[in-house]
Design a protein around this ligand. Structure first.
Ligand code: COA
Length: 260
Protein backbone atom coordinates (compact mmCIF):
# COMPACT_ATOMS: atom_id res chain seq x y z
CA UNK A 1 0.00 0.00 0.00
CA UNK A 2 1.10 3.62 -0.63
CA UNK A 3 1.21 6.13 2.19
CA UNK A 4 1.40 9.92 1.92
CA UNK A 5 3.88 10.41 4.75
CA UNK A 6 5.53 7.03 5.26
CA UNK A 7 7.93 4.84 3.34
CA UNK A 8 8.03 1.09 3.83
CA UNK A 9 10.91 -1.11 2.77
CA UNK A 10 11.16 -4.82 3.45
CA UNK A 11 14.50 -6.63 3.52
CA UNK A 12 14.26 -10.35 4.23
CA UNK A 13 12.28 -10.55 7.48
CA UNK A 14 12.69 -6.93 8.58
CA UNK A 15 10.46 -4.03 7.57
CA UNK A 16 11.62 -0.43 7.86
CA UNK A 17 8.93 2.19 8.33
CA UNK A 18 10.24 5.71 7.72
CA UNK A 19 8.20 8.75 8.70
CA UNK A 20 8.67 10.91 5.65
CA UNK A 21 7.99 14.63 6.12
CA UNK A 22 11.59 15.82 6.31
CA UNK A 23 10.71 19.45 5.53
CA UNK A 24 8.62 19.46 8.75
CA UNK A 25 11.13 17.34 10.67
CA UNK A 26 8.69 14.43 10.31
CA UNK A 27 6.11 16.08 12.59
CA UNK A 28 3.04 13.92 13.10
CA UNK A 29 -0.05 15.42 11.49
CA UNK A 30 -3.39 13.55 11.41
CA UNK A 31 -2.54 12.12 8.01
CA UNK A 32 0.70 10.63 9.33
CA UNK A 33 -1.06 9.12 12.35
CA UNK A 34 -3.50 7.45 9.92
CA UNK A 35 -0.57 6.25 7.83
CA UNK A 36 1.12 4.75 10.90
CA UNK A 37 -2.02 2.83 11.74
CA UNK A 38 -2.32 1.60 8.15
CA UNK A 39 1.32 0.60 7.85
CA UNK A 40 1.55 -1.24 11.16
CA UNK A 41 -1.74 -3.04 10.40
CA UNK A 42 -0.34 -4.07 7.01
CA UNK A 43 2.92 -5.31 8.56
CA UNK A 44 1.13 -7.12 11.40
CA UNK A 45 -0.62 -9.18 8.75
CA UNK A 46 2.52 -9.99 6.74
CA UNK A 47 3.62 -13.42 7.97
CA UNK A 48 7.12 -13.07 6.50
CA UNK A 49 7.86 -9.83 8.43
CA UNK A 50 9.28 -10.70 11.84
CA UNK A 51 10.76 -7.39 13.06
CA UNK A 52 9.89 -3.75 12.31
CA UNK A 53 12.28 -0.79 12.47
CA UNK A 54 10.76 2.67 12.78
CA UNK A 55 12.84 5.71 11.84
CA UNK A 56 12.61 9.22 10.42
CA UNK A 57 13.52 10.63 7.04
CA UNK A 58 16.47 12.99 6.61
CA UNK A 59 19.50 13.78 8.74
CA UNK A 60 17.89 15.86 11.47
CA UNK A 61 14.88 14.20 12.96
CA UNK A 62 13.22 10.99 14.00
CA UNK A 63 9.97 12.88 14.67
CA UNK A 64 9.97 16.46 16.03
CA UNK A 65 6.56 16.09 17.65
CA UNK A 66 2.92 16.42 16.85
CA UNK A 67 2.33 18.94 14.10
CA UNK A 68 2.08 22.24 15.95
CA UNK A 69 0.07 23.90 13.19
CA UNK A 70 -2.67 21.28 13.74
CA UNK A 71 -2.28 21.40 17.52
CA UNK A 72 -2.77 25.14 17.60
CA UNK A 73 -6.34 24.84 16.30
CA UNK A 74 -7.60 22.37 18.91
CA UNK A 75 -10.46 23.16 21.25
CA UNK A 76 -11.21 21.09 24.35
CA UNK A 77 -13.29 18.42 22.59
CA UNK A 78 -10.93 18.30 19.63
CA UNK A 79 -7.97 17.88 21.99
CA UNK A 80 -9.58 14.87 23.68
CA UNK A 81 -10.19 13.24 20.28
CA UNK A 82 -6.65 14.13 19.18
CA UNK A 83 -5.12 12.53 22.26
CA UNK A 84 -7.37 9.44 22.18
CA UNK A 85 -6.57 8.91 18.50
CA UNK A 86 -2.80 9.12 18.97
CA UNK A 87 -2.94 6.91 22.05
CA UNK A 88 -4.94 4.27 20.25
CA UNK A 89 -2.46 4.12 17.32
CA UNK A 90 0.57 4.10 19.67
CA UNK A 91 -1.04 1.36 21.78
CA UNK A 92 -1.64 -0.64 18.61
CA UNK A 93 2.11 -0.41 17.89
CA UNK A 94 3.01 -1.29 21.49
CA UNK A 95 0.65 -4.27 21.47
CA UNK A 96 1.92 -5.65 18.16
CA UNK A 97 3.13 -9.25 18.39
CA UNK A 98 6.30 -8.38 16.44
CA UNK A 99 9.21 -6.46 17.96
CA UNK A 100 9.32 -2.81 16.92
CA UNK A 101 12.71 -1.08 17.18
CA UNK A 102 12.87 2.73 17.10
CA UNK A 103 16.06 3.86 15.32
CA UNK A 104 16.19 7.43 16.58
CA UNK A 105 18.17 9.46 14.07
CA UNK A 106 17.81 13.00 15.45
CA UNK A 107 15.09 14.95 17.25
CA UNK A 108 12.53 12.78 19.07
CA UNK A 109 10.49 15.48 20.73
CA UNK A 110 6.96 15.50 22.11
CA UNK A 111 4.96 13.01 20.04
CA UNK A 112 8.27 11.79 18.58
CA UNK A 113 9.60 10.84 21.99
CA UNK A 114 6.20 9.31 22.78
CA UNK A 115 6.27 7.31 19.55
CA UNK A 116 9.75 5.99 20.38
CA UNK A 117 8.52 5.11 23.87
CA UNK A 118 5.68 3.06 22.37
CA UNK A 119 8.28 0.96 20.50
CA UNK A 120 9.70 -2.09 22.27
CA UNK A 121 13.39 -1.22 21.88
CA UNK A 122 15.08 2.12 21.24
CA UNK A 123 18.51 2.65 19.71
CA UNK A 124 19.85 5.98 18.58
CA UNK A 125 22.49 7.88 16.70
CA UNK A 126 24.89 10.13 18.62
CA UNK A 127 22.94 13.17 17.43
CA UNK A 128 19.62 12.04 18.92
CA UNK A 129 17.78 14.49 21.15
CA UNK A 130 14.81 13.32 23.14
CA UNK A 131 12.41 15.47 25.11
CA UNK A 132 8.89 16.36 26.09
CA UNK A 133 8.86 20.12 25.38
CA UNK A 134 5.06 20.49 25.49
CA UNK A 135 5.29 22.75 28.53
CA UNK A 136 6.99 25.34 26.30
CA UNK A 137 3.74 25.43 24.30
CA UNK A 138 1.52 25.63 27.39
CA UNK A 139 0.66 21.95 26.97
CA UNK A 140 1.28 18.60 28.57
CA UNK A 141 2.21 15.42 26.67
CA UNK A 142 -0.89 13.87 25.10
CA UNK A 143 0.36 10.74 23.35
CA UNK A 144 1.39 8.81 26.46
CA UNK A 145 4.51 10.73 27.51
CA UNK A 146 3.52 11.19 31.15
CA UNK A 147 2.83 7.46 31.41
CA UNK A 148 5.50 5.74 29.35
CA UNK A 149 8.41 8.06 30.13
CA UNK A 150 7.75 7.64 33.87
CA UNK A 151 7.66 3.86 33.44
CA UNK A 152 10.77 3.76 31.22
CA UNK A 153 13.08 5.99 33.26
CA UNK A 154 11.64 6.84 36.67
CA UNK A 155 8.93 9.24 37.69
CA UNK A 156 11.25 11.87 39.22
CA UNK A 157 13.40 11.99 36.07
CA UNK A 158 10.33 11.95 33.83
CA UNK A 159 8.86 14.82 35.81
CA UNK A 160 12.05 16.84 35.52
CA UNK A 161 12.07 16.46 31.74
CA UNK A 162 8.34 17.09 31.40
CA UNK A 163 8.33 20.11 33.72
CA UNK A 164 11.41 21.77 32.23
CA UNK A 165 10.95 20.70 28.59
CA UNK A 166 14.72 20.17 28.49
CA UNK A 167 16.20 18.02 25.77
CA UNK A 168 17.96 14.76 26.61
CA UNK A 169 21.04 14.06 24.50
CA UNK A 170 22.00 10.56 23.37
CA UNK A 171 24.61 10.08 26.10
CA UNK A 172 22.15 10.98 28.84
CA UNK A 173 19.40 8.92 27.17
CA UNK A 174 21.71 5.91 27.34
CA UNK A 175 22.69 6.61 30.95
CA UNK A 176 19.06 6.72 32.11
CA UNK A 177 17.95 3.69 30.08
CA UNK A 178 15.86 5.58 27.56
CA UNK A 179 17.86 4.00 24.71
CA UNK A 180 19.55 0.60 24.70
CA UNK A 181 22.45 1.59 22.48
CA UNK A 182 23.97 4.67 20.86
CA UNK A 183 25.83 4.43 17.55
CA UNK A 184 27.66 6.91 15.34
CA UNK A 185 25.00 8.39 13.08
CA UNK A 186 26.44 6.77 9.95
CA UNK A 187 26.25 3.30 11.52
CA UNK A 188 22.80 3.60 13.05
CA UNK A 189 20.79 1.81 10.37
CA UNK A 190 23.32 -0.97 9.79
CA UNK A 191 23.57 -1.67 13.50
CA UNK A 192 19.78 -1.59 13.86
CA UNK A 193 19.50 -4.09 11.02
CA UNK A 194 22.04 -6.33 12.77
CA UNK A 195 19.89 -6.27 15.89
CA UNK A 196 16.72 -6.94 13.87
CA UNK A 197 18.43 -9.82 12.00
CA UNK A 198 19.57 -11.36 15.24
CA UNK A 199 15.98 -11.37 16.55
CA UNK A 200 14.60 -12.53 13.20
CA UNK A 201 16.93 -15.56 13.37
CA UNK A 202 15.29 -16.90 16.54
CA UNK A 203 12.15 -19.00 16.74
CA UNK A 204 9.39 -16.44 16.21
CA UNK A 205 6.89 -18.24 18.44
CA UNK A 206 9.30 -17.71 21.33
CA UNK A 207 10.00 -14.10 20.30
CA UNK A 208 6.28 -13.27 20.23
CA UNK A 209 5.46 -14.92 23.52
CA UNK A 210 8.49 -13.31 25.24
CA UNK A 211 7.33 -9.93 23.95
CA UNK A 212 3.83 -10.57 25.29
CA UNK A 213 5.12 -11.67 28.67
CA UNK A 214 7.49 -8.72 29.19
CA UNK A 215 4.80 -6.28 28.07
CA UNK A 216 2.52 -7.66 30.76
CA UNK A 217 4.78 -6.04 33.39
CA UNK A 218 2.93 -2.80 32.54
CA UNK A 219 -0.42 -4.33 33.31
CA UNK A 220 0.09 -6.88 36.06
CA UNK A 221 1.31 -7.15 39.61
CA UNK A 222 4.23 -9.57 40.10
CA UNK A 223 2.21 -12.59 41.31
CA UNK A 224 -0.21 -12.25 38.43
CA UNK A 225 2.68 -11.65 35.99
CA UNK A 226 4.46 -14.82 37.13
CA UNK A 227 1.30 -16.86 36.54
CA UNK A 228 0.96 -15.25 33.10
CA UNK A 229 4.61 -16.06 32.29
CA UNK A 230 4.04 -19.69 33.35
CA UNK A 231 1.04 -19.97 31.02
CA UNK A 232 3.02 -18.58 28.06
CA UNK A 233 6.00 -20.80 28.98
CA UNK A 234 3.65 -23.80 28.81
CA UNK A 235 2.32 -22.60 25.47
CA UNK A 236 5.77 -22.20 23.92
CA UNK A 237 6.73 -25.71 25.04
CA UNK A 238 3.97 -27.00 22.78
CA UNK A 239 5.58 -25.51 19.65
CA UNK A 240 7.67 -27.27 17.01
CA UNK A 241 10.32 -24.56 17.50
CA UNK A 242 10.79 -25.63 21.11
CA UNK A 243 11.33 -29.25 20.06
CA UNK A 244 13.72 -28.16 17.30
CA UNK A 245 15.64 -25.71 19.53
CA UNK A 246 16.26 -28.17 22.33
CA UNK A 247 16.99 -31.08 19.96
CA UNK A 248 19.47 -28.97 17.97
CA UNK A 249 21.32 -28.10 21.19
CA UNK A 250 21.54 -31.74 22.20
CA UNK A 251 22.65 -32.76 18.70
CA UNK A 252 25.23 -29.94 18.67
CA UNK A 253 23.86 -28.27 15.54
CA UNK A 254 22.17 -24.97 14.64
CA UNK A 255 18.39 -24.97 15.03
CA UNK A 256 16.29 -24.76 11.92
CA UNK A 257 13.24 -22.90 13.20
CA UNK A 258 10.03 -23.12 11.19
CA UNK A 259 8.27 -20.58 13.40
CA UNK A 260 5.53 -23.05 14.21
N1 COA B 1 5.23 20.74 14.10
C1 COA B 1 5.15 21.40 12.94
N2 COA B 1 6.22 21.82 12.26
C2 COA B 1 7.42 21.57 12.79
C3 COA B 1 7.58 20.91 14.01
C4 COA B 1 6.41 20.49 14.68
N3 COA B 1 6.44 19.79 15.83
N4 COA B 1 8.89 20.83 14.30
C5 COA B 1 9.54 21.42 13.29
N5 COA B 1 8.66 21.87 12.38
C6 COA B 1 8.94 22.57 11.12
C7 COA B 1 9.33 24.01 11.33
O1 COA B 1 8.19 24.81 11.53
C8 COA B 1 10.06 24.30 10.06
O2 COA B 1 9.12 24.48 9.03
P1 COA B 1 9.28 25.71 7.99
O3 COA B 1 10.61 25.47 7.32
O4 COA B 1 8.12 25.56 7.08
O5 COA B 1 9.27 26.95 8.82
C9 COA B 1 10.78 22.98 9.76
O6 COA B 1 10.06 21.97 10.49
C10 COA B 1 12.21 22.96 10.24
O7 COA B 1 12.23 23.27 11.62
P2 COA B 1 13.15 24.42 12.25
O8 COA B 1 12.52 24.88 13.51
O9 COA B 1 13.45 25.47 11.22
O10 COA B 1 14.48 23.61 12.53
P3 COA B 1 15.57 23.92 13.65
O11 COA B 1 16.70 23.00 13.35
O12 COA B 1 15.85 25.36 13.72
O13 COA B 1 14.91 23.48 15.04
C11 COA B 1 13.68 22.03 16.52
C12 COA B 1 14.61 22.13 15.30
C13 COA B 1 13.25 20.57 16.62
C14 COA B 1 14.42 22.44 17.78
C15 COA B 1 12.45 22.94 16.30
O14 COA B 1 11.90 22.69 15.02
C16 COA B 1 11.35 22.73 17.31
O15 COA B 1 11.48 23.18 18.44
N6 COA B 1 10.26 22.04 16.92
C17 COA B 1 9.12 21.84 17.78
C18 COA B 1 9.40 20.76 18.79
C19 COA B 1 8.22 20.58 19.70
O16 COA B 1 7.86 21.45 20.46
N7 COA B 1 7.61 19.38 19.65
C20 COA B 1 6.53 19.03 20.48
C21 COA B 1 5.24 19.42 19.90
S1 COA B 1 3.94 19.00 21.03
Amino acid sequence: MKYNNLLIEIKEHTAVVTVNRPDKLNALNADTINDLEGAFTELKNKDDVFVIILTGSGEKAFVAGADISELSTLDVLGAKQFSDRGNSVFEFIENLDKPVIAAVNGFALGGGCELALACHIRVSGENAKFGQPEVNLGLIPGYGGTQRLARTVNSARALEYILTGDMINAEEAFRIGLVNRVYPQTELMNKTFELADKIAGKGQQAVRLALKSVRATHQMALTQGLKYEASLFALVCGTEDFKEGTMAFLEKRKPDFKNK
